[in-house]
Design a protein around this ligand. Structure first.
Ligand code: NAP
Length: 308
């Protein structure tokens, strides 16, 4: 197979992008990863990853990200810092334009841009973001030592964050809109071992403060419409993810929620464009699946480049 002078560009340096990078460079393809800030993606927002094979004691998200990044760099991969604005597929080569106007060209494109936290869309959320409202417990938890914290959500992320925040919080509430959690049995069991007060069947209505910082969260009991007020210095919103696809602009097939549709080879609807990780429609959103999809996307891209 001949991929000489052919280039693969990967958008996103999370586990999917880094795994794709390792496989692509090792296959002899000139490879660049475009990353907005720091390589690692969602791993950087996770204190401890307990279910990635090969780490019997678990591994910190930061450490795993650093290891994957240095493995990619050791094989000669390139990392370009940039925020992708739009992609263009008209010519033979794919064009990637960044928000600062720089452009990259590639023969094959792998989209591994991941997902971001969803917002509640309630009063006070934007106003107090960074002033008590947070979307990342690992990043901001330590600011709330000895304080009251409310975590919103009922999935794996919310339970994991509530458990993590108990090390700082004087009082930790976990507020969920239904009467049962969506999170795995393992995390529900972990939650029981920690001092977290669960508030079920309660929908957040607004976040109130004194103009400078958060003071309380107002909830509505969804069965009775009763209004509740919980004093909180921090509100951690953990209600799921949305794919980072703004730069795609409908140029590959996406499902109604915006996730990119791929086949088992990680091919998208556009020839020479592959996708992997949390940005695609799939059943299991985990570091280990992201890595597997990254490897598959790189192998498919190499095959595509060889046949060009
Ligand atoms: P998720 O599984 O989609 O859960 C989102 C939670 O937020 C749900 O409980 C949902 O309530 C609630 N929610 C959504 N919109 C809401 C709104 N407007 N107001 C109030 N509550 C709202 O998202 P996630 O927890 O971020 O997890 C994302 C993926 O990553 C999942 O596949 C998860 O398994 C995976 N993950 C795995 C681990 C791990 O294995 N250790 C850790 C973190 C994440 P309903 O239940 O009522 O819909």
């Amino acid at each position: 197979m001949n991929t000489e002078n052919k280039k693969a560009t990967i958008i996103g340096g999370g586990p999917a992008g880094l795994a794709a990078g390792v496989y692509s460079v090792r296959a002899g393809v000139k490879t660049a990863i475009i990353e907005k800030l720091f390589a690692g993606g969602s791993m950087l927002l996770t204190e401890k990853i307990d279910n990635y094979p090969g780490f019997p004691e678990g591994v910190s998200g930061y450490e795993l990200a650093e290891k994957m990044k240095s493995q990619y760099l050791r094989f000669g991969g390139e990392i370009i810092q940039g925020d992708v604005d739009e992609v263009f597929f008209e010519g033979v080569r794919k064009r990637i334009r960044m928000k600062d106007g720089r452009e990259e060209e590639a023969d094959a494109l792998i989209i591994a841009s991941g997902s971001s936290r969803k917002k509640l869309g309630i009063e006070g959320e934007d106003e107090y973001t960074g002033k008590g409202v947070s979307f990342c417990a690992v990043c901001d938890g330590a600011f709330f030592k000895g304080k009251k914290i409310a975590v919103i959500g009922g999935g794996d992320s919310a339970l994991e964050e509530a458990v993590y925040l108990t090390r700082f919080a004087e009082k930790c509430y976990l507020i969920h809109r239904r009467d049962e959690f969506r999170a795995s049995a393992y995390l529900q069991n972990e939650l029981k071992k920690h001092s977290v007060q669960t508030v079920l069947s309660a929908v957040p209505e607004r976040i109130e403060g004194d103009g400078k910082t958060v003071k309380r969260v107002i909830l509505r009991r969804n069965k009775t419409d009763e209004m509740l007020s919980f004093e909180a210095d921090g509100v951690f919103i953990s209600i799921g993810q949305k794919p980072n696809v703004e730069f795609i602009n409908g140029k590959v097939e996406q499902n109604p929620a915006g996730y990119i549709v791929t086949n088992y080879k990680m091919e998208t609807s556009e020839k020479g464009v592959f996708a992997c990780g949390d940005v695609i429609k799939k059943t299991l959103y985990q570091v280990v699946t992201a890595c597997g999809e990254g490897a598959t996307a790189a192998a498919s891209a190499e095959k595509y480049l060889s046949a060009m």
